[in-house]
Design a binder for this molecule. Structure first.
Ligand SMILES: Cc1cc2nc3c(=O)[nH]c(=O)nc-3n(C[C@H](O)[C@H](O)[C@H](O)COP(=O)(O)OP(=O)(O)OC[C@H]3O[C@@H](n4cnc5c(N)ncnc54)[C@H](O)[C@@H]3O)c2cc1C
Ligand code: SF4
Ligand code: SF4
Ligand code: SF4
Length: 381
């Protein structure tokens, strides 16, 4: 697809080869927040038009996780599924073996950045999907936008999903977990702030103040304020946004391989762990366990097996098959390195179905989006 963009600042036309079209993404709350920032601040149309967020209490380092499994005599190659439930990490292995690891033992493999995360339910998404709150084989779904509501209603009407009300007890468990995450991690944020490790994304501020704070920040500031202090969520938004294409993700960290031109600050603006204006993340969100929403319900995919109810995959396949989007960004397993997450962008329903299931490790989901654009330039609004 060829998109003609008017650069508002310079009044010049840019012809951009945009192979992406409209995309849907599925991701963790931090990835969804990065998409929201890029949609708000990038001059070119940000292609992600539908955000399906996952619930997320914590995430793990893939290499630390592999080592942890070895302590329990588990080879990651033998893993057929894993789940976090009832205070344990449950490993389902070949030959019907099951190994459970207490979550407090798994905590040492947890990513440090997750300790300052206040969002359990992907508050910036169109639709959030999780397991907590619904019976086995069902997903809990939070509908947040009109677009999300329309998608759920039409997917149900066309038999992709079945829905039912969520139980009172399910809602209570969700609320407790969401509040626990906010309370515990707020304490960690206060601790880090008190030892000069600022948690900038929780200093929500009015728009003008935000613009002022970010105006002169470049990659070195991103490195100092986010990467070096254990706040990077490895989402790849900085990689996506950089118009000079000098950011690379190497050794599980964004790194720079060139000089930043004067006046550019787009990687800093795109990052979900730098300043955020109140219009995106209100201070009130600390007190709202699930953020803003229209409805909460339980749902189950009719034909797809997923991590829980298969709803995330069913909605993505529905959106693709009905031309609501042209592509979707999913996180599949890496070839040759099982359970290592690898993001991909695809318009193929079979590939979306293949990517179902949770991989408990971080990966730069915006990287394939950039590569699919063929490296076209990005600018701030
Ligand atoms: C790191 C992580 C932690 C989670 N923690 C919780 C929790 O504490 N409580 C809870 O209720 N739910 C949690 N979830 C969500 C839960 O595991 C299911 O993903 C969710 O219930 C959707 O189930 P489903 O059957 O509808 O999804 P499926 O139809 O199986 O689809 C899952 C989708 O998730 C995507 N995905 C898989 N791994 C990743 C990843 N690492 N990053 C980004 N996208 C990914 C895949 O692309 C796929 O499209 C977590 C998910 C992740 C990725
Ligand atoms: S920072 Fe960690 S806990 Fe928060 S959404 Fe991202 S992966 Fe999940
Ligand atoms: S050129 Fe701009 S976006 Fe790229 S690293 Fe430098 S400041 Fe960041
Ligand atoms: S530094 Fe880059 S990869 Fe890390 S959280 Fe920020 S935008 Fe994402």
């Amino acid at each position: 697809m060829v998109v003609k963009n008017q650069r508002k600042d310079k009044g010049e036309d840019i012809i951009q080869i945009n192979k992406t079209g409209k995309a849907a993404m599925v991701g963790t709350p931090c990835q969804i927040l990065a998409a929201t920032k890029m949609d708000r601040f990038m001059e070119e149309e940000f292609p992600v038009d539908l955000k399906i967020g996952l619930f997320c209490m914590e995430n793990f380092s893939y290499s630390n996780m592999k080592e942890l499994f070895k302590e329990y005599h588990v080879d990651i190659n033998d893993l057929t599924q894993y789940r976090i439930e009832k205070g344990h990490l449950w490993l389902y292995l070949t030959e019907n073996r099951v190994v459970k690891i207490p979550l407090n033992k798994a905590k040492k493999s947890m990513r440090k950045n997750c300790q300052i995360c206040m969002d359990f339910t992907s508050e910036q998404s169109d639709i959030s999907v999780g397991s907590v709150g619904s019976p086995e084989g069902w997903s809990t779904v939070i509908i947040r936008t009109e677009k999300g509501l329309e998608l759920i209603e039409s997917a149900e009407r066309d038999n992709y999903i079945e829905i039912k009300p969520i139980s009172e007890s399910g809602l209570k468990i969700m609320e407790k977990l969401a509040n626990d995450k906010k309370t515990e991690n707020k304490a960690e944020i206060s601790k880090r702030e008190s030892i000069a490790r600022p948690v900038l994304y929780r200093r929500q501020m009015p728009y003008e103040e935000f613009i002022n704070e970010v105006s002169e920040c470049q990659f070195n500031d991103l490195k100092g304020d986010v990467v070096d202090i254990g706040a990077c969520v490895l989402c790849g938004a900085c990689f996506y946004a950089c118009p000079e294409e000098i950011i690379e993700i190497k050794d599980r960290k964004p790194q720079i391989k060139g000089e930043c031109p004067e006046g550019c600050n787009i990687c800093y603006v795109a990052c979900p762990r730098t300043y955020i204006p109140e219009e995106i993340l209100s201070k009130k969100s600390d007190k709202e366990p699930f953020g803003k929403y229209i409805k909460i319900l339980s749902a189950q995919a009719n034909k797809i097996e997923g991590q829980d109810g298969g709803v995330a995959t069913a909605l993505l396949t529905y959106a693709l098959s009905n031309d609501i989007v042209d592509n979707v960004i999913v996180t599949d397993k890496s070839i040759g390195d099982p359970w290592k997450p690898e993001a991909k962008i695809t318009d193929n329903v079979a590939e979306v179905i293949k990517a179902s299931g949770t991989k408990y490790a971080a990966c730069p989901v915006f990287k394939p989006l950039k590569l699919s654009k063929g490296g076209s330039k990005c600018h701030l609004k």
